[in-house]
Ligand binder design. Structure first.
Ligand code: EPU
Length: 422
């Protein structure tokens, strides 16, 4: 099993090309199933989760032809006219919960599908009840049998109004995709407003869908009978950008994040990081992030977009662990997303958990130690802590990191930082 060695006391100074967003790419891959005319996606990040989604689409009969464009991105062409299976099997779904995203598209185009129930995962229970309720509102018949969701809509889906009782990102994406081919109009209320939802709706519109209101909490979809071929370039990854911004903050360095309008994509994150003493300046094609020296403590509460992203919580905790005073983080999205705390404490952090709150007393320095990645975002939180620590750190279970961060060694090399894999 691969590990990462991070030398301590390094300073980030350089630039990072931000790749396409994992959480935008995954629903866009699933959306290719909606049309029999194929699709071409650009700015596809080379990630393990993308390989898993490709494997799943291939099992369903999609032909995926990938071409690397640079080490950071690729182009994938999809041939979708010969779908031969309607089942997302347990072997794939257990590797990646986002596999559930094929449910809406398969049901909308073929009127039937069978998708394995994803089960639990490291950050929480993660039910899919709202995906199913939304599809039922569109007229689908849903049955849970032998660990699988069996869904059918023999006469096709029918437009309807559906209000999500809580905001769900992939839930919104699933129903949004299903509604594009439903008969009549659908109104989704309390929909997620994440930039990845906007990217999906924009891509579907480029394929001929009629969606409006994306980016607000009410999305309207006028159903169409079919979608056509489109080429679409995936949004840059705001979570990757935020992660490298913290790398500059925690090492008292400087980084240029290239490839997107990150100010728009990370509004609350930037506000909070400014409170900790980081400075953000617009530059051509990106954002410059600089540390002002001292790390000032702050309080963070994770929320759906435009609030502070839960996917930057672990990384921010690494920063606050070495702040000059006491901070608090409230995790509102996932009930079990503090697994990294025990690993930070092995490095000398002073953190106490009370339910969904983490109380962090900043220490002058962390110490390198052997640690273990517990989930995707936590794994990079450990890399960040290790960069600022005294001594070297070896991080085990790096496969978590590969699910959502590409070319970490190369990207850090562009900022003068050495991170080794072995
Ligand atoms: N929820 C339900 N029922 C549902 C769906 C969700 O109760 O049917 C609850 C969840 O248990 C959770 C909350 O609603 O407490 C929000 O979950 P959401 O559905 O929004 O999460 P998701 O769609 O499964 C996506 C990202 C996650 C990210 C969350 C929140 C993708 C592929 N995944 O997950 O990304 O943390 O939204 O922003 O888009 C990551 O990239 O590391 C990651 C975990």
């Amino acid at each position: 099993m691969e590990k990462i060695k991070v030398y301590g006391r390094q300073k980030v100074n350089g630039s990072v090309q931000i790749s396409g967003a994992k959480n935008a790419a995954l629903p866009l891959f699933a959306a290719t199933l909606l049309s029999d005319n194929g699709m071409c996606l650009k700015n596809v990040p080379p990630l393990a989760d993308i390989e898993t989604m490709t494997e799943l689409l291939e099992k369903l009969g999609v032909v995926c032809i990938s071409k690397q464009n640079s080490i950071y991105d690729g182009i994938v062409k999809f041939k979708t006219d010969e779908i031969s299976s309607f089942t997302a099997p347990y072997e794939v779904v257990k590797k990646m919960r986002a596999s559930i995203l094929v449910l809406g598209p398969l049901l909308a185009r073929f009127g039937r599908c069978k998708v394995s129930l994803p089960g639990g995962c490291a950050i929480g229970v993660r039910p899919i009840d709202l995906h199913l309720k939304g599809l039922e509102a569109l007229g689908a018949k849903v049955e849970l049998k032998d660990g699988y969701v069996h869904a059918s809509a023999i006469d096709g889906l029918k437009g309807a109004t559906f209000e999500f009782p809580i905001v769900t990102v992939t839930g919104t994406e699933n129903i949004l995709m299903a509604a594009t081919l439903a008969d009549g109009s659908t109104i989704l209320k309390n929909a997620a407003r994440e930039p990845e939802i906007v990217d999906l709706a924009n891509c579907l519109n480029a394929m001929g869908a009629r969606i409006s209101g994306q980016g607000t909490s009410t999305i309207t979809i006028e159903g169409v009978t079919s979608l056509h071929y489109a080429e679409y370039s995936i949004l840059p990854d705001r979570i990757e950008a935020g992660t490298y911004a913290i790398a500059a903050g925690i090492t008292r360095g400087k980084v240029d994040l290239l490839g997107g309008n990150f100010r728009e994509l990370l509004p609350t994150f930037i506000e909070k990081m400014e409170e900790t003493g980081m400075k953000f300046t617009d530059i051509e094609n990106g954002l410059r992030v600089e540390s002002c020296g001292e790390i000032v403590p702050t309080n963070i509460s994770t929320e759906p977009f435009p609030g502070f992203p839960t996917d930057l919580q672990a990384q921010s905790m690494a920063l606050l662990a070495v702040a000059n005073g006491e901070s608090e983080i409230c995790e509102n999205i996932w009930e079990n997303r503090f697994m990294h705390v025990a690993e930070f404490m092995r490095m000398g952090a002073n953190i106490t958990i009370n339910g969904s709150y983490a109380h962090i007393v900043g220490v002058p320095t962390l110490k390198g130690a052997p640690v273990m990645a517990t989930d995707l975002r936590a794994s990079f939180g450990l890399v960040l802590a290790a960069l600022a620590a005294e001594g070297d750190t070896v991080i085990d279970r790096v496969y978590h990191l590969d699910r959502g961060y590409c070319c970490v060694t190369e990207k850090f090399a562009g900022c003068g930082v050495v991170v080794e894999r072995f």
